[in-house]
Ligand binder design. Structure first.
Ligand SMILES: [Fe+2]
Ligand SMILES: [Fe+2]
Length: 300
């Protein structure tokens, strides 16, 4: 066998007992909904209409870049989900948790697919970011060292808080989209994300009484650090980019948003993120999790 594949390979531990009792009926309900509401980005969306629509070429190029970014972001959830799935298996977590994470992976992969199909139908999908800051920022978006420093469910909860945030941005993209293919893709992605957010609410309710006060404090800090360190650097918003990059990225986003290509206008990003952070703060506060003020979006 290929040495690269076997080197450092983890031995699969004894899997027994493989339990099938449901411990989280609400999570199982989400799994059943995921089966009923499955969709196919290739077949369920009319891509031809978008390809042939009368759209200015410069706006098409800006839209291609914007949706490539969306595709890279969605792809980031796939390796993250794979590691969580492997942990869930090795930790002998209940069946419905393993099923939910498996669904999460395939759903994020179809969000990735829908996003690169939009980029392709508009202009071209970019497999590697052209801008330096994206090449630098996207790989840093998720840090396993940070994830591993938190208890399993607390880490998953931080992730779902970001889903809440990206859901808020997605809603504005859905409103901005003037072309049926983009609007429909946003609607279907949002429907999946609503289940991911709901999963976070369930695990918070079920698990947070076990999380120590110290871990809860770290959880709020990690949320703020990730938001400030990567998501405001051109991913969710451009506010923390160096001036030159900020101007270039801002112009491209404004062009795509003005053409109704499902982009978020740079002038609106901060208000949307600030509003979502307020909602998230209110949602986690009853569990004793405090999210520090984010000066870039909320002021000092
Ligand atoms: Fe997603
Ligand atoms: Fe998601």
């Amino acid at each position: 066998m290929n040495e690269i594949l076997t080197e450092g390979a983890v031995q699969v531990p004894n899997p027994y007992p493989i339990e099938i009792d449901l411990k989280f009926p609400e999570v199982w309900k989400l799994c059943q909904q995921a089966r009923e509401l499955a969709w196919d980005p290739a077949a369920d969306i009319d891509w031809e209409g978008l390809r042939s629509a009368d759209i200015d070429p410069a706006a098409r190029a800006a839209g291609g870049e914007f949706w490539s970014l969306r595709a890279w972001m969605e792809h980031g959830a796939v390796p993250y989900g794979c590691i969580r799935l492997s942990e869930a298996v090795f930790l002998h977590l209940p069946f419905e948790i393993k099923q939910h994470i498996t669904n999460f992976i395939s759903e994020e992969l179809r969000h990735h697919e829908a996003s690169f199909r939009i980029a392709e139908a508009l202009d071209a999908y970019q497999p590697t970011p052209e801008a330096d800051y994206f090449r630098f920022i996207i790989p840093k978006f998720h840090d396993e060292k940070v994830e591993k420093s938190m208890p399993f469910f607390a880490g998953m909860c931080v992730n779902t808080l970001f889903e809440h945030l990206s859901g808020a941005l997605l809603k504005s993209r859905h409103e901005n989209a003037r072309y049926p293919a983009i609007k429909e893709a946003c609607r279907l992605i949002l429907r999946d994300e609503a289940r991911h957010i709901q999963f976070g609410r369930i695990i918070m309710r079920e698990h947070f009484h076990e999380v120590s006060d110290e871990d809860k404090q770290r959880l709020g800090e990690k949320f703020a650090n990730k938001l400030r360190g990567s998501l405001l650097n051109g991913v969710y918003a451009i506010v923390n980019l160096p001036l030159e990059d900020r101007e270039r990225a801002g112009r491209a986003r404004a062009l795509a948003a003005d053409a109704g290509l499902g982009a978020t206008h740079p002038d609106q990003e901060i208000a949307i993120i600030a509003g979502a952070v307020r909602e998230i703060r209110d949602e986690v506060a009853p569990f004793g999790v405090e999210i520090p003020i984010i000066p870039e979006i909320e002021g000092a």
